[in-house]
Design a binder for this molecule. Structure first.
Ligand SMILES: NC(=O)C1=CN([C@@H]2O[C@H](COP(=O)(O)OP(=O)(O)OC[C@H]3O[C@@H](n4cnc5c(N)ncnc54)[C@H](O)[C@@H]3O)[C@@H](O)[C@H]2O)[C@@H](O)CC1
Ligand SMILES: [K+]
Length: 520
C-alpha cells in the first residue's frame, strides 16, 4: 500500500528527524536524489542546458544544490532567481561550480506584483517578463527546467512572478522536473487555484504528498519519483492511501474449492427500463465477468429481454414497481440505478431495494432519485454510492466545478454528511468513508471516459460486495480492477493507446483479475 500525507504531516516528521541530524543533511539528501532524477531524465548531462526556477524557500534551495551537482557533471546551469530572497548556501554552491544566475528583480519587482492573481492575463511586470529576451531564450532553450519555486510551503494561487514562470515553462520544449511538488499545486489536497507548473516528472522527498495523487494536482505531477530522506519512522497514520496490485489480489473474493454459487455471492441488479436497456446489460456484464457466483437481474420486460440475450448466466425476473424486489430471491448485495429512470415508478423500485437489509450500491439514476429524496439513503445496512462529479454536485447542492476543484474535500464531506461510502469517479477515483483513509485509485486511463464504463464499474463493485467485501474494500478493489481492465483493453497493463467501449472493459475483466491473482 502506498501512503500519502499532507504538508503539515510531512513538516512535523521532518522536524523530528532534522533535530537528530547535522544541519543541512535532509536538504543534501533531497538535492542528491533530485540531481540523480535529472540525470536519468536527460539523454546526456554534459553540455545540456539546465534552467532552475528558484523561489525564496527551501524548495529553491533543493533546486540550487541539485543544479550545482549537474554543473559539476558538465551541464550548463542557469538559475532564474524569482523570489524576494534566495537560499544562500545553495546559491553559493551553484556559483562556486560555475552556475550562472539571472535575477528577475532586475526586470520586475516581485513586491510590486505581490498579490497579483494568477490566471489573469499578463500585463505590466508579468508581460515584461514574458517578453524579456533573456528569459525567453533561457526557458525556450532549456533541455530541462527544474521547478524550485515553491514546495510544501506554498499557499494559495501562485503569485507573480512565479505564475508567469509556470506559464512560460509550459511552452518550453524542455523536460519539466518539479521539486517536491509542481508549484501551484496544493501539496495536501491536489487543488490548483491559479497557474501551476505542469511537470513531466515530480521528484518528491520523504513521502508522497496526497496532492500528487489527486486531480487536478495529479495531472500536473507527471511521473512520480520518491526520494527517501529517512522520514518513514516519523510519519503519522496516513489520511490518503493507494492500493497496489498485490493489495487488491489479497482482498478480492476468492473462489475456494468448496465454493458454490451462493457462497461466491449472489448479487441483485436493478437497472434499465423499457426505454433504456444498455446500462443494465453493462452492469450485469460487470458483475458476471468480475466473478459473481450468481447475478439476479430484475427490471422491466424490455431490459430483461436484452440482458437475457446478452448474459444467459443471469437469472432474470420482470418486476413491477408495486411488488418491487420482494419476489426476486435471496441476494447478498444489490446494485441499483443504471438506466432505471427517475420517475415515480423508479422511486418505488429504489425504495424497495433500499429497504432491504443487505449492502446496496447506488449509481446513476439511483443517485438522481436520492438527490430528490435523501431519505432513500437513510438505512441501517451499508450503502455505497458511486457518483461522478456532476452527480455528487447535485447530491450535495454544490456546482460541479467546485467538486472537480476540491475532490478530496467533497468526497470526505459526502461520506460524512450522507453516512455512506463514496466512490467519486474521475481520472483519479477516490473512495471515502468516515474514519478511514481516503483511497485513491491510480489504474485508470483517459480512454475510460466513455459512456457505459460506470455501469460496468457498478457491476464489478456489486459482485465484490456480494462476495463479502465491505463497501470500502469493494469500492477500492473494483476501481482498481476496472481501471486495469480498461488499460488492458486499450492495449496493455501500462496503458495502451486504443479507444475502448464499455463492453470491452467488462470482457477484459477475467484477464485483468488473472494478472492480479497469478502472484497471490
Ligand atoms: N523541511 C525539510 O526538512 C526539508 C525541506 N525540503 C524542501 O523544502 C521545501 C519546503 O520549504 P519551505 O518551507 O521553505 O517552503 P517553500 O520553499 O515550499 O515555499 C515557501 C516560500 O514560498 C512563498 N510562497 C508560498 N506560497 C506562495 C505562492 N502561492 N506564490 C508565491 N510564493 C509563495 C513563501 O512566501 C515562502 O517564501 C520542501 O517542499 C522541500 O522541497 C527538502 O530540502 C527536504 C528537507
Ligand atoms: K516546486
Amino acid at each position: 500500500m502506498l501512503t500519502a500525507y499532507t504538508s503539515d504531516e510531512i513538516r512535523a516528521a521532518e522536524q523530528v528527524l532534522m533535530a537528530r541530524l547535522p544541519g543541512g543533511t535532509l536538504m543534501r539528501r533531497a538535492a542528491t536524489g533530485l540531481a540523480v532524477a535529472c540525470v536519468k531524465a536527460l539523454p546526456r548531462v554534459y553540455g545540456s542546458r539546465v534552467v532552475l526556477l528558484i523561489g525564496s524557500g527551501d524548495n529553491g534551495g533543493d533546486a540550487l544544490y541539485a543544479g550545482a551537482a549537474l554543473a559539476r557533471r558538465g551541464a550548463r546551469v542557469h538559475a532564474i532567481l524569482a523570489g524576494a530572497r534566495t537560499h544562500e548556501g545553495g546559491l553559493a554552491e551553484l556559483r562556486r561550480v560555475g552556475g550562472r544566475t539571472y535575477d528577475l528583480r532586475g526586470i520586475s519587482d516581485p513586491a510590486r506584483t505581490e498579490g497579483a492573481k494568477a490566471g489573469t492575463s499578463a500585463s505590466g511586470p508579468a508581460k515584461a517578463l514574458e517578453t524579456d529576451p533573456m528569459l525567453v531564450n533561457l526557458i525556450g532553450g532549456a533541455d530541462v527546467i527544474v521547478d524550485g519555486l515553491v514546495g510544501i510551503g506554498g499557499t494559495g494561487a501562485l503569485r507573480e512572478p512565479y505564475a508567469t514562470l509556470a506559464r512560460m515553462s509550459a511552452g518550453s520544449p524542455g523536460i519539466v522536473v518539479a521539486v517536491d511538488v509542481p508549484s501551484g499545486v496544493d501539496a495536501s489536497t491536489g487543488e490548483v487555484e491559479g497557474e501551476a507548473v505542469r511537470a513531466h516528472l515530480t521528484v518528491t522527498f520523504g513521502a508522497v504528498k496526497a496532492g500528487l495523487l489527486i486531480d487536478p494536482g495529479a495531472s500536473h505531477a507527471g511521473t512520480l519519483r520518491q526520494v527517501d530522506i529517512g522520514l518513514g519512522p516519523f510519519l503519522p497514520a496516513p489520511g490518503v492511501v493507494t492500493l497496489t496490485g498485490p493489495d487488491v489480489a489479497e482482498r478480492m473474493p476468492r473462489a475456494e474449492p468448496e465454493s458454490n454459487k451462493y457462497r461466491r455471492g449472489v448479487v441483485g441488479v436493478v437497472a434499465g427500463s423499457d426505454r433504456f436497456t444498455g446500462a443494465a446489460v453493462l452492469a450485469v456484464g460487470g458483475a458476471v465477468r468480475a466473478g459473481a457466483g450468481l447475478v439476479r437481474f430484475a427490471s422491466a420486460a424490455e431490459a430483461v429481454q436484452q440482458v437475457r440475450a446478452k448474459w444467459p448466466e443471469a437469472v432474470t425476473k420482470i418486476i413491477t414497481p408495486e411488488e418491487g424486489v420482494r419476489e426476486v430471491g435471496r441476494v447478498q448485495a444489490w446494485v441499483l440505478g443504471p438506466g432505471m429512470g427517475t420517475d415515480d415508478d423508479a422511486h418505488a423500485l429504489a425504495r424497495s431495494v433500499l429497504d432491504s437489509d443487505v449492502p446496496v450500491l447506488v449509481d446513476a439514476d439511483g443517485l438522481t432519485l436520492a438527490t430528490r429524496d435523501r431519505s432513500l439513503l437513510r438505512r441501517s445496512a451499508p450503502t455505497l454510492i458511486t457518483p461522478h462529479a456532476g452527480e455528487l454536485g447535485r447530491l450535495l447542492g454544490v456546482p460541479v466545478e467546485e467538486i472537480e476543484e476540491r475532490r478530496l474535500h467533497h468526497a470526505r464531506l459526502a461520506a460524512a454528511e450522507l453516512g455512506v461510502t463514496v466512490l467519486l469517479k474521475g481520472s483519479t477515483t477516490l473512495v471515502a468513508e468516515e474514519g478511514r483513509p481516503v483511497r485513491v485509485n491510480l489504474t485508470g486511463t483517459p480512454w475510460l471516459a466513455t459512456g457505459g464504463t460506470g455501469d460496468v464499474l457498478a457491476g464489478i463493485a456489486g459482485a465484490f460486495l456480494a462476495g463479502g467485501l465491505s463497501c470500502y474494500e469493494a469500492a477500492s478493489c473494483a476501481a482498481f480492477v476496472h481501471g486495469l481492465a480498461a488499460r488492458m483493453a486499450a492495449g496493455g497493463p501500462e496503458g495502451g493507446q486504443a479507444p475502448i467501449a464499455a463492453l470491452d472493459v467488462a470482457l477484459e475483466l477475467p484477464s485483468a483479475i488473472r494478472t492480479l491473482t497469478a502472484s497471490r
